[in-house]
Design a protein around this ligand. Structure first.
Ligand code: GDG
Length: 472
């Protein structure tokens, strides 16, 4: 029976080294939830890096055996591979370029070589798991070359690729010295998926301008095959977020936080530490709100969670400093003995506490400079049992295409952000409920399970198209 193999840079598991052994803990990420029913099904498997440097072959065998029990197969990477392929080319070249921060991108052939070599390593690992007729679903920017590598070895396999970050305008892609190779790498797939039609159009335009391949309604004709390109906006597990937010554990946290904050209203901000997320700009907007509308002083606090991420990279470390400084400045200027303007946390929260924050916040400020989708926006919506609360959403997050009932803002326009905050704080309850109900209906219907099914169905369809072309 043909099998399905999922491939991503990281496996959905945390392996940690304690003093005398290794611990394995499944991760609760959205993708893992959505794909759970696929990779755990009989004979299927998820291939990726377990996030651990193994010490010797016997440890390798032990990790391999443990992971196999939960349908996972590891690709072991060395510290220098992670430095050059992951932190280097993936996060130092592709990430800034694809998020329109080209000035931060590094162009280093040694990093590119490492990227090619690690994609080849993934290819080998996937081939070891698959037969000629299997279905392979590759995820994200760390593995752009993998579809073509797999295609060469398995001409008849069904290969899907999904990009979780934006695909930028041709003008950014053309700057990359390795642009043609990257596009050809992706075109090894039968189906290429993006979060939005905008990203899809950028990709089609880059393929046409750089490789001279035209498309008809998102169908690209290469000399040997047809590649389908489409938009699949990713969803979340709506039911789970609604359930956790309403749970006794989360509600106990809400009461505890409420007591500590008393009557102060809460604006929530949650992101990984990243320059794409607009965290510093958001702080400036909050500062401007307090300047322009002194009546909100002592009445509103910004609760800001920044989850540590990539902090070995210089740009991330300096962003962290900038945030620390801004928070310090705002709090020093406005705080009173009984009121703290910004509650800033540089750490992650367990899910029930996160759900409590979503549930208690009056306003969520999701204002990235660029974001493929942004799941925080959808999680906030799903957690609002009483449908009260306002989402302020950047027009440059993929989620803005769907959540049009949010207050949509330009994240670089600090004045507009401050006004949106004020508007959110004075919005009549009735309007809040209408907007939230509309957004909930959408997030509920297009959840992570619907997303997975849609992609897999379309992938099967892409393959039948391919076969009918081959026989006609
Ligand atoms: C990439 C793209 C795209 C955050 N803080 C805590 C916590 N989180 C969880 C959130 C959410 C996830 O992390 C973040 O997802 P995002 O979508 O917002 O952003 P990226 O990590 O940049 O993800 C993005 C996504 O891929 C999917 O395609 O939407 O555009 O950049 O689920 O809940 N979870 C817990 N504690 C925290 O403190 N437990």
């Amino acid at each position: 029976m043909p099998r399905t193999v999922i491939v991503s840079n990281r496996l959905p598991i945390k392996v940690q080294r304690t003093e005398d052994n290794l611990t394995f803990q499944s991760s609760e990420g959205g993708l893992a939830t959505g794909l759970g029913s696929i990779y755990r099904a009989d004979g299927n498997v998820w291939v990726g890096w377990p996030g651990l440097y193994v010490q010797d072959e016997s440890e390798e065998e032990y990790v391999r055996a443990q992971l196999a029990e939960d349908s996972m197969a590891p690709v072991f990477l060395t510290e220098s591979e992670i430095r050059d392929y992951y932190e280097g080319f993936s996060n130092g070249t592709l990430w800034p370029t694809f998020h329109y921060f080209a000035q931060l991108a590094v162009y280093d052939d040694a990093l590119w070589q490492a990227y090619v070599a690690v994609n080849e390593k993934f290819c080998k690992a996937v081939l070891a798991q698959t037969g000629p007729e299997d279905t392979i679903w590759v995820h994200d920017y760390q593995l752009l070359l993998l579809p073509e590598m797999l295609r060469k070895a398995r001409p008849n396999a069904t290969i899907g690729f999904f990009l979780h970050i934006p695909f930028p305008s041709y003008e950014l892609i053309r700057v990359l010295p390795w642009r043609d190779e990257l596009l050809r790498g992706m075109l090894g797939a039968d189906l290429i998926g993006f979060h939005t039609f905008g990203y899809m159009r950028h990709f089609l335009s880059a393929v046409s301008q750089l490789l001279g391949l035209a498309n008809h309604n998102g169908q690209i004709e290469t000399p040997t095959r047809t590649v389908l390109v489409d938009a699949f906006p990713m969803g979340i597990d709506h039911a789970r977020y609604a359930e956790v937010a309403a749970s006794a554990a989360a509600q106990a946290h809400v009461s505890e936080y409420r007591e500590a904050l008393r009557e102060v209203r809460v604006i929530l901000s949650i992101d990984r530490l990243d320059y794409t997320k607009g965290i510093a700009q958001r702080l400036r907007a909050f500062e401007l709100l307090l300047q322009r509308y002194p009546e909100w002083r002592s009445q509103v606090s910004l609760l800001m969670v920044v989850v540590p991420s990539r902090d070995q990279v210089a740009q991330y470390a300096s962003l962290k400093e900038e945030i620390d400084e801004l928070v310090g400045r705002i709090n020093a200027q406005y705080r009173t003995i009984s009121w703290n303007p910004v509650h800033y946390f540089y750490r992650s929260f367990p899910l029930d506490e996160l759900a409590a924050l979503y549930s208690m916040a009056e306003v969520a400020m999701v204002t990235p400079m660029r974001d493929g989708m942004n799941l925080v926006a959808k999680e906030f919506v799903a957690s609002k049992a009483d449908q009260r609360g306002v989402l302020i959403l950047s027009e440059r997050a993929g989620a803005a295409r769907e959540l049009s009932d949010a207050l949509i803002v330009n994240p670089t326009d600090t004045g507009q952000l401050a006004e949106a905050l004020h508007e959110a704080l004075v919005m009549p309850e009735e309007e809040q409920i209408t907007r939230m109900a509309n957004m909930q209906a959408l997030v509920r219907q297009y959840d992570i399970f619907a997303w997975t099914k849609l992609f897999m169905d379309r992938l099967a369809y892409a393959k039948t198209q391919q076969l009918s072309l081959a026989t006609s």
